[in-house]
Design a protein around this ligand. Structure first.
Ligand SMILES: Cc1cc2nc3c(=O)[nH]c(=O)nc-3n(C[C@H](O)[C@H](O)[C@H](O)COP(=O)(O)OP(=O)(O)OC[C@H]3O[C@@H](n4cnc5c(N)ncnc54)[C@H](O)[C@@H]3O)c2cc1C
Length: 428
């Protein structure tokens, strides 16, 4: 039997960061993980370069970039440990990084730099790390602490931090451990589901687009239950110049419409790319999504103008504003659209412009946890202190993705991992 002040379960982003800070505060810390490799999700993140934070987080309005039953829950942690704090740490470790766009920061070399940094912080705090080492049982002791039967030894600790993440990418070690622990202690959870995930479309309706795999283009995508182009405008439709392209209001509120101006990617089974990943976290199964395939052009006016001056086929004209393969796939759907633009009726052109600007689709599903970057839902924030991440079960903490706080694409999820870990570690 070994004794620790704190046992952290999960050596991922949140767990390692929390362990390092707690250790440096003088606590005797053990971090354990059932995986052989440490922080695999960091390693594969951001295309191998880890989009480790975002400069554009508005800590006073976290609902702008975070989804969950109560997105404001994360305000306290995010405002006490900001992107600037994490950037300072990255700089202290001499890790080169760059900004891509929309405030997203990436490592120049590889995400491995970040893992080395977290391990160095743990070493500076004298943190012990056991890997691979699973937890068979966790129980509260009569003395007010916890006892864990692990694959290596029985350990006792005054406090336990659950940092086991969500269900995404089971192949690299994701499990439902955190949710099971919550249930064991009578803490509520919000039903988990895949987020930041490609959407799939089955059946004959998808056939015209099945050959477009690999094609990418900028679009405006929105979710919400309206099918009318005359629906009320999206709230906050005009994003500030150069700021995040989010056009709508927060997730977690099912009736609210939300839109993103991002790139769309056609895949073999459906749609992906940043636009679809973002909308997937707000999409409710059984509801449609709508896409403006040519958001940067006034299509009715452009087509009317083309009709006056061009002899080209409609598909060739259209290819000025959308990729030519897409233009051809659309024109092929209607005989009226397979003519020279000058011979198309005004009605046919108007119909095409309308359909391209309001392409409505009913996704049949998602690519699931195998492809999802995050897991929506998790430990219900009503069970946790927003200052410390301690649950209503004294001495038991939950941090990172296991909590019902999910960030948008763009470094927000890592910032939540750092901030929640910091809030927890400084209160242990
Ligand atoms: C492909 C991909 C790319 C991503 N890119 C980005 C990005 O660029 N920017 C961004 O902000 N976010 C990104 N994310 C999301 C981000 O990686 C996660 O939100 C973040 O890692 C969550 O941190 P965490 O510590 O809570 O969980 P994790 O990092 O998932 O760590 C959880 C740890 O717990 C361990 N564990 C699980 N179950 C058990 C158990 N039963 N016993 C012991 N240990 C267990 C796991 O092995 C793992 O090491 C990406 C995710 C994916 C899948």
């Amino acid at each position: 039997m070994q004794n620790f002040d704190v046992v952290v379960v999960g050596a991922g982003a949140a767990g390692l960061f929390c362990a390092g800070i707690a250790g440096q505060r003088g606590l005797k810390v053990l971090v354990l993980d059932h995986s052989e490799k440490v922080a695999e999700k960091i390693r594969i993140s951001g295309g191998g370069r880890a989009n480790f934070t975002n400069r554009d987080i508005d800590v006073r309005q976290p609902h702008k970039h975070f989804v969950g039953e109560n997105p404001n829950f994360c305000r306290s942690a995010l405002s006490r440990y900001t992107p600037a704090d994490f950037i300072a740490l990255v700089q202290k470790h001499g890790i080169p990084f760059h900004e891509k766009h929309k405030g997203q920061l990436f490592c120049d070399r590889s995400a491995g730099d970040l893992i080395e940094m977290l391990l160095a912080e743990c070493a500076a705090g004298g943190v012990q790390r056991w890997q691979p080492c699973g937890v068979k049982t966790l129980r509260a002791t009569a003395e007010g602490g916890y006892e864990l039967d692990t694959d290596q030894d029985v350990v006792q600790a005054r406090q336990v931090v659950i940092a086991t993440g969500g269900l995404s990418i089971p192949a690299i070690g994701a499990t439902d451990f955190g949710y099971r622990v919550a249930k064991q202690f009578g803490l509520r959870t919000v039903e988990p589901r895949p987020g930041l995930v490609p959407l799939t479309f089955d059946g004959a309706g998808w056939a015209p687009y099945a050959g477009l795999a690999g094609l990418a283009l900028p679009v405006v995508i929105e979710t919400g239950n309206t099918t009318s182009p005359h629906a009320p405008p999206l709230r906050g439709l005009q994003p500030p110049e150069g700021a995040s392209s989010a056009l709508g209001r927060p997730g977690g509120r099912k009736k609210e419409r939300i839109a993103f101006h991002e790139d769309l990617l056609f895949t073999h089974r459906g749609l992906s790319g940043p636009a679809v990943l973002q909308i997937s976290s707000h999409w409710q199964p059984g509801t449609p999504i709508r896409i403006n395939l040519a958001p940067e052009v006034d299509l009715p006016a452009a087509l009317a103008d083309a009709k006056q001056r061009s002899r080209k086929l409609l598909a060739n004209e259209l290819a000025q504003w959308v990729p030519s393969r897409l233009a051809e796939a659309w024109a092929a759907q209607d005989k009226e659209w397979q003519r020279p633009v000058a011979e198309c009726s005004d009605k046919a052109l108007a119909r095409l412009a309308e359909r391209l600007a309001h392409w409505e689709l009913l996704p049949t599903g998602t690519e699931g946890y195998k492809k999802a970057e995050v897991t929506l839902g998790g430990v219900d924030t009503r069970e946790l202190s927003q200052q410390t991440m301690e649950s209503k079960q004294p001495g038991l903490y939950f941090i990172g993705e296991v909590v019902d706080v999910t960030g948008w694409l763009g470094g927000y999820n890592f910032q939540w991992a750092w901030a929640s870990a910091h809030a927890c570690a400084t209160s242990l």
